[in-house]
Design a protein around this ligand. Structure first.
Ligand code: AHM
Ligand code: MG
Length: 337
């Protein structure tokens, strides 16, 4: 084998040596990798297996009940992580309450937050989707984890990352020492290092947002987008608009190429007055990744990683990407509340 090939397992091991860990965190990442492979195999079939796309309660040819792919992915991640003895509690975007570790399994020091299949409304049209995860150390003392373990601010994250299921499967992660990206080589079933030490350009040329919400945005957001679309007194070319509608995919592109993603607050829909995306499962892990890559994430008014969560499914406005772009958005947002 070529010596220069760095598999994800090898990378995790060298990270573990760097921070002097005893392997608990590495064991968690290994299970995440396994779950990602299982989910990616199902996602690859999703275009073919009609019943798995969007319906629950149906039976397949074997007479088994067919699950929606996001429900399936949720179970895969829970089952991969709940018996290894390294985790005390989890929470998922798919579950209304915290996920306790079953009594028969030992408990560990880590807390896992995840969105098992983000952008799942895009599955039936073959658009990229992803899994997002964040890993904390517990703050409670008992055996089982408690809500306080889950409601930690993002700046306390120990590690975070995402998997994108697309024309290739990529896993991008950080343990607070830079960001690295891996691609799944389907011929050997291994993730190999393909994007070492990812740095997001300080300024991009792309904005990603659902502009259909324009009428419901606050004045500051509307003015900011108009500003990006103008030639700014003929000094700079307008930005390009790129919106997939799948957070992981929009984020991944902007991380590699530079740019800004916005899901700001919506003044019309009461459900979205505090944004659409979830702080614990979506905003925090990606904010940790982007900051590790030299970027920034904000609500427009404050740093995402500084927010003290108050509930599991809290939503936040999310403005994330190249640092200079996000800081510029903050100026517009603060001027025009
Ligand atoms: P989900 O968690 O229900 O999949 O919703 C999150 C998705 C993100 O992937 C994406 O950025 C956003 O919702 C798109 O929302 P919209 O369709 O309003 O533009
Ligand atoms: Mg989601």
């Amino acid at each position: 084998m070529n010596d220069s090939i760095i598999t994800l397992d090898r990378h995790i091991l060298s990270e573990q040596r760097r921070y002097g860990g005893r392997g608990d965190f590495s064991a968690i990442l290994s299970q995440i990798i396994f779950a990602a492979k299982v989910v990616s195999a199902q996602v690859a079939h999703a275009g073919l297996v009609e019943d798995i796309l969007g319906r629950t309660g149906h039976t397949n040819v074997q007479g088994e009940e067919v699950q929606k792919l996001d429900v399936y992915a949720n179970k895969v991640f829970i089952n991969a992580l709940n018996y290894i003895g390294k985790v005390c509690v989890m929470a998922s975007e798919e579950e209304p309450e915290m996920i306790a570790i079953p009594k028969e399994h030992p408990k560990g020091d880590y807390v896992i937050m995840f969105d098992p299949l983000d952008g799942s409304s895009n599955i039936d049209v073959n658009v990229s989707i992803g899994t997002i995860f964040g890993i904390y150390k517990r703050v409670s003392d008992g055996e089982d984890g408690v809500l306080d373990d889950c409601l930690q601010p993002g700046r306390k994250l120990f590690g975070a990352g995402y998997i994108i299921y697309s024309s290739s499967v990529n896993l991008v992660y950080t343990t607070g020492n830079g960001v690295n990206g891996f691609s799944l080589d389907p011929s050997v079933g291994e993730f190999v290092l393909s994007h070492p030490n990812i740095q997001i350009p300080p300024r991009g040329k792309i904005y990603s947002t659902n502009e259909g919400n324009y009428a419901y945005w606050k004045k500051g957001t509307r003015e900011y987008i108009e500003y990006l679309k103008s030639d700014r007194n003929k000094i700079k070319a307008p930005y390009s608009s790129r919106y997939i509608g799948s957070l992981v995919a929009d984020f991944h592109r902007n991380l590699l190429k530079g740019g800004i993603f916005l899901y700001p607050e919506d003044t019309k829909d009461p459900k979205k007055t505090t944004g659409k995306l979830r702080l614990l499962y979506e905003a925090n892990p990606l904010a940790f990744v982007v900051e590790q890559a030299g970027g920034y994430a904000s609500t427009g008014y404050e740093r995402i990683l500084d927010i003290k969560p108050t509930k599991l499914h809290q939503r936040v406005p999310l403005i994330i990407g190249s640092k200079e772009d996000v800081l510029e958005y903050e100026e517009f947002a603060k001027r025009n509340i």
